[in-house]
Design a protein around this ligand. Sequence first.
Ligand code: PMP
Length: 283
Amino acid sequence: RTVYVNGEYLPEDQAKVSVFDRGFLFADGVYEVTSVLDGKLIDFAGHAKRLQRSMDELDMKAAIDMDDLLGIHRELVVRNDLSEGLIYLQVTRGAADRDFLYPAEDTPPTIVLFTQAKPGLAANPMAKTGMKIVTVPDRRWGRRDIKTVQLLYPSMGKMAAKAQGADDAWMVEDGAVTEGTSNNAYIVKDGVIVTRHLGEEILHGITRKAVLALAREAQMKVEERAFTLEEALQADEAFITSASSFVMPVVSIDGETVGTGKPGKIVGRLREIYLEEMRKAAV
Ligand code: PMP
């Protein structure tokens, strides 16, 4: 693979980052994952905007030109002959002697991008079978709206899911579902799509935003509010959204069947609409 690091395109085994990088020492970094279909970027503008927001919330002052960033994404698609897959982008506050205080504002940020080929990303068979979910308490920090690289707790959640023979975990706080380890969570009851409202408790998913807009355009009913685990267990359908899974049905939660135990109609329709519209708008 050819990867990008601080202005250079390099073979992956020649790309290096300092041991003093604050991303490594303090998880002082933010990231984005953009999917690629037919060699084109899905909702790049949304990801670029959220990257800037994450940086602003953390007082990361590095100036990143979003047009340059688009150029780097495209260059990596070409150099890696990427037709279907993901592009990972990480920006950290850079390398500086270890200190809790941030380094000088002119410290150059570390910018890394790499591709992950995922043939069959859009044709994922899980869209037909659905996912099994377990729940874990949400023990992450309080600014989940900032897309930082501190992913250890979600990683633990995924391991807990795997240990129980499930595909992923939903996190629960005060009885309500916040979100999945790396996706936003939804239920459908009596034709109404319910997903947690935006706030500091969840990541403001780029896919979530697009899916809700498309659902409303298609005259589906949407409620943005917290829902409880009990509601989820009584729901007709459940699903998740993320840049890498798009829209994916959930068929069981903590071993209990959701609805009929098969992917629901509304989630199926949403996945179709989402993929169709986003492919059209890809850049
Ligand atoms: N929530 C969390 C915690 C995530 O990590 C992600 C994916 N990075 C999402 C939601 C989904 O966001 P997006 O649709 O922008 O991929």
